[in-house]
Design a protein around this ligand. Structure first.
Ligand SMILES: Nc1nc2c(ncn2[C@@H]2O[C@H](COP(=O)(O)OP(=O)(O)O)[C@@H](O)[C@H]2O)c(=O)[nH]1
Ligand SMILES: [Mg+2]
Length: 305
């Protein structure tokens, strides 16, 4: 069945089907992307990252509602490292995000575990599906930084880093390299004590950087700062649209290299299983007649000649 017309209309069932395809079926995925590729690349991707429990899902839920009021059509993809294991986290996110779903925002949890590169690939293509379906911005929720396979700042046009006052490790996290990636730093749960200290600490760490990132306080509980956050995002969307072509050109170069390397790896993998040199040197290696590096070099040479 052709799901393209429904996909173009932004119908939920079609989107869900399409994302399941790019997550699970390489052959069908290729066919699908071939058909939609020309109509993709036009939405701003907002990455929202921070430690588990920082309030990202809750915040995204409220922010999506506000962004909708500002005339945008947001969709959310949550990369959840735990969703694969129990499914409990998906439920949690669904509960926390019902408000924005009711208002018409598309929300989906996607798997964060898989073979190297596979998660980035399915994320990239899931974004394309949502672009084709007319969503803009596309908000990606991801836990931590460097904890998942996906480095969100490589994919996002706007990166938001969320901190909390009550987690003692927040400052450590700031030191650990988040200082370079954020366009916006949020001190969420600003209804809790310690907010001002954390705000000052964040400002001290990153405030004088050349990029001049924005630092905001939000509280989902008290519903403060969220309208301002949504407005800031909308302004940034317009700004980032200008340098998006340059960034996308670089990303496509990376993606293409990725695909070619992947293709070659698959081919070689396949070749090795029937390669006589491989089995010869493997036996030699297993009986300590050669060392692993020498064996590797010899096989490589014979393959590339
Ligand atoms: N006090 C307070 N709690 C919040 C706030 N935002 C979220 N929470 C709570 O923090 C917990 C984790 O929220 P969640 O959105 O799942 O965080 P995530 O793991 O970063 O997605 C939940 O119990 C939320 O109700 C806030 O602004 N203030
Ligand atoms: Mg969450």
């Amino acid at each position: 069945m052709d799901i393209l017309p429904d996909l173009k209309k932004g119908k939920r069932g079609a989107i869900a089907k399409a994302i399941t395809i790019v997550e699970n079926n390489q052959i069908e995925s290729k066919k699908l992307i071939k058909k939609i590729f020309k109509d993709t690349g036009n939405s701003i991707v907002i990455g929202i990252t921070g430690p588990a429990g920082a309030g990202k899902s809750s915040l995204i839920n409220r922010t999506a509602v506000e962004m909708k009021k500002l005339g945008t059509k947001p969709a959310v993809l949550a990369i959840d490292p735990t969703s694969h294991v129990t499914g409990g986290a998906i439920l949690g996110d669904r509960v926390r995000m019902t408000e924005s779903t009711d208002s018409g925002t598309y929300i989906r949890s996607i798997a964060s575990r898989g073979a190297t590169g596979a998660v980035s690939r399915s994320l990239r293509n899931s974004i394309r599906i949502l672009e084709y379906a007319g969503f803009n911005p596309i908000i990606i929720e991801s836990v931590g930084a460097g904890q998942t396979e996906v480095e969100i700042s490589n994919i996002a046009d706007i990166t938001v880093v969320v901190f909390n006052p009550h987690t003692g490790d927040s400052i450590q996290t700031i030191k650990a390299g988040l200082t370079e990636i954020g366009d916006i730093y949020l001190v969420n749960k600003s209804d809790l004590s310690g907010t001002n200290q954390l705000f000052d600490a964040v400002r001290d760490f990153i405030g004088d950087s050349e990029r001049n990132p924005i630092i905001l306080k939000t509280s989902v509980k008290k519903n403060t700062g969220i309208v301002e956050f949504a407005k800031t995002l909308k302004e940034l969307m317009a700004l980032k649209k200008k340098n998006k072509p340059t960034k996308d050109a670089e990303r496509l170069e990376t993606e293409l290299k990725d695909i070619v390397l992947n293709n070659i790896q698959d081919k070689i993998d396949h070749m090795l299983t029937s390669d006589t040199q491989f089995s010869k040197y493997l036996k030699k290696l297993q009986t300590k007649g050669i060392d692993p590096f020498d064996a590797g070099d010899k096989i490589t040479k014979s393959l590339l000649k």
